[in-house]
Design a binder for this molecule. Structure first.
Ligand code: PXL
Length: 265
């Protein structure tokens, strides 16, 4: 058996196991990767909301990253919840020399509506977008990153293209928060549209951790050496299968069924 791709997830912990580091470990493992973690914050959380947060010391976050990269090494990195502007800035500096793909999910708000990044932390996202291979905002995040209150459907390509150009990266603008029966995800570079994927919207409240899962899947598939557009296609297939297989836990926004996704489904 060939060695699995080594994937480092830098993200927050979700005690309820649906999002954050826990979703990432499940996703990376199910997709045949070897999961490593650097925890930025610990949340007390369930499907109803976030009951408590403690942000890690920035030095300890960097130590976790160094412990992984200096010994085992990584084929791809995923960055999620950051916890503080200091952590964001230090990570951007540390990962500037990382040679593999970096997937940055600019997490701002949990599916439950709880805030997961302060304004100062969001202001520091630029440095991470500068070093990211691909950034995966949902539509409210794309609006916030480009200084807009709202974003009209017809402006998504232009706005995402401007952001891609500003940070020399690729934007995957996720359409889950859009209107209509079809969810459209668009991949955009500085020079315009690369591709788009549509999927019938699934009527469900069990979407806790979808953003984390998609970005971790993308990092794992890029770590496997899949080309970017195909990695997005496969990561979307994984997430829709995980939504279809959600176990229905909790009284709020329940977790996905990562463990139930079989290869080929
Ligand atoms: O999906 C956003 C997210 C990221 N990180 C942590 C989370 C969540 C959503 O709940 O809990 C730790």
């Amino acid at each position: 058996m060939s060695a699995p791709p080594r994937i480092l997830s830098i993200a927050g912990s979700d005690s309820s196991g649906g999002a954050g580091i826990q979703a990432d470990i499940k996703t990376i493992t199910m997709l045949g990767g070897y999961a490593m973690t650097a925890i930025t914050a610990v949340t007390a959380q369930n499907t109803r909301g976030v009951q408590g947060v403690e942000v890690m010391d920035p030095d300890l976050v960097l130590d976790q990253v160094a412990s992984c990269l200096d010994d085992i090494g990584a084929d791809a990195v995923k960055i999620g919840m950051l916890g503080s502007p200091e952590i964001a800035m230090l990570l951007a500096e540390r990962l500037d020399s990382f040679a593999g793909p970096i997937v940055f999910d600019p997490v701002m708000v949990a599916t439950s509506g709880a805030g997961l990044a302060s304004e100062a932390t969001i202001a520091a996202f630029g440095a991470l977008m500068d070093i990211a291979t691909i950034v995966t905002p949902n539509l409210p995040e794309l609006a916030a990153l480009t200084g807009r209150e709202t974003l009209a459907e017809e402006d998504i390509y232009d706005v995402a293209g401007e952001l891609a150009a500003k940070h020399d990266t690729i934007i995957l603008a996720k359409g889950g928060h859009g209107e209509g029966g079809e969810v459209i995800d668009r991949i955009v570079s500085a020079s315009g549209k690369i591709g788009s994927f549509g999927h019938a919207r699934i009527d469900t409240r069990h979407t806790h951790g979808t953003g984390c899962t998609l970005s971790a899947a993308l990092a794992t598939l890029l770590g496997h050496g899949q080309p970017l557009t195909h990695a997005v296609r496969l990561a979307r297939a994984f997430i829709y299968a995980a939504i279809e297989n959600a176990p229905g836990f909790g009284e709020g926004h329940g977790p996905l069924g990562h463990q139930a996704v079989r290869s080929g489904s």
